[in-house]
Design a protein around this ligand. Structure first.
Ligand code: PLP
Length: 388
């Protein structure tokens, strides 16, 4: 059966699967084998070996992930950072430069600011809200442009159509971290992006029990990333592949619920007198609202907010909530809450955080799949304590 005309929910179950199942098994078993019997492979990368990303657990995931974003190809990696760093290093080489949004996940920001120079690669941060200024940052050696669909932790939605247009006009490879949006809400290949990255640790797996990543996009670029990953060695273990595969099957159910729940929570917080500022692209007064409404199928399950009273109020609120677990990471079935200045963006200098707009008191919320009413009641009670 061809999968091109199936909806995403159906592809999550059926795309890429080995049918009939292995020895009749409905679920793909874990192929916990490091190596496979020699089969006269003509090329090194075709030898069946666990690091070369070609066990059945890898290849089934590759086909499914590509189908989910309507892209040509996909590749899984040992972590989101393995996917991002390997993907970037497969496109850029010594002497090249990359343009990027400055407000990024802390680990990615660190890679740009602290590690790229060691590879002889330069970067230039963009004023992402001002596409007219991008041309001024371009140099003859610029080869790529990098953004996040919904940025961590400020939930900015860059002008994604302008990014693709700019990349095409100047022969740049366009790259996007689609972790927060997920393929349920946004499929970068449909909008012309060349490569999309995911921390599969988050929504794709959805159960906060593995670390993993994915590179999805143009077949020629995914092939380059595969050859680089084979060599750098950041390959996903088959047991993690199995858990990711299992988690993916409920992605649409989870994310659609989380879209709805986060929207209701964002509206509740936006109207609460203890809240000073809220970042959620599904709120009409958010700068990304019109863009997100046009491009996305949902606004996502992530939001961030500041309370009146800064860090002290944030700490009191986080101690007072009963249901959210105070922990970094996101995208799981349980609601998680963190202060990015102390976790995901702790590696960024306080000056950089201040310039970008990441206040010390900013609270990031990853909405899980608990009943929305229970979460709102919990926040209402915790906010009452902050104000008294
Ligand atoms: N991209 C985003 C948006 C993230 O939030 C994270 C981790 O929090 C990563 C990438 C890195 O993923 P991993 O921890 O799986 O390496």
């Amino acid at each position: 059966m061809k999968h091109d005309d199936l909806s995403l929910a159906t592809k999550l179950i059926h795309a890429g699967e080995i049918r009939p199942g292995v020895l009749g098994a409905v679920s793909l078993p874990i192929f916990q084998s490091a190596t496979y019997e020699y089969a006269q492979a003509a090329h090194y990368h075709d030898i069946k070996y666990i690091r070369l990303n070609n066990t059945p657990n890898h290849t089934v995931l590759h086909a499914k992930l590509a189908a989910l974003e309507n892209a040509e190809a996909a590749l899984v990696a040992a972590s989101g950072m393995a996917a991002i760093t390997t993907g970037i290093l497969s496109v850029l080489t010594s002497g090249d430069r990359i343009l990027a949004q400055e407000s990024l996940y802390g680990g990615t920001h660190d890679f740009f600011t602290k590690h790229l120079a060691g590879f002889g690669i330069g970067y230039d941060f963009l004023d992402i809200e001002d596409p007219a200024s991008w041309q001024g940052r371009l140099r003859p050696t610029t080869k790529a442009i990098y953004v996040e669909t919904i940025s961590n932790p400020l939930m900015q939605v860059p002008d994604l159509e302008a990014v693709v247009k700019f990349a095409r006009a100047h022969g740049l490879v366009s790259m996007i971290d689609n972790t927060f949006a997920t393929p349920v809400n946004f499929r970068p290949a449909e909008h012309g992006f060349d490569l999309s990255f995911h921390s599969a640790t988050k929504y794709l797996n959805g159960h906060s029990d593995i670390v993993g990543g994915a590179v999805i996009g143009r077949a020629d670029l995914v092939e380059k990333a595969l050859l680089k990953l084979d060599t750098l060695g950041g390959s996903m273990d088959p047991h993690a592949c199995f858990l990711l595969h299992r988690g993916l099957k409920t992605l649409a159910l989870r994310v659609q619920f989380q879209n709805g729940s986060a929207s209701r929570i964002a509206r509740f917080l936006a109207g609460h007198p203890a809240v000073a500022k809220i970042n959620y692209p599904g709120l009409e007064n958010n700068p990304g609202f019109a863009r997100a409404s046009r491009l996305f199928d949902g606004f996502g399950g992530m939001l961030s907010f500041e309370l009146k009273g800064g860090v002290e109020a944030a700490e009191r609120f986080m101690k007072a909530v009963a249901l959210p677990i105070i922990a970094p990471s996101l995208g799981g079935v349980e609601t998680l809450m963190t202060r990015p200045a102390t976790t995901s963006h702790l590696g960024m200098s306080p000056e950089d955080r201040k310039r970008i707009g990441i206040a010390d008191g900013l609270i990031r919320l990853s909405v899980g799949i608990e009943a929305t009413e229970d979460l709102i009641r919990d926040f209402e009670r915790a906010a009452r304590g902050v104000r008294s």
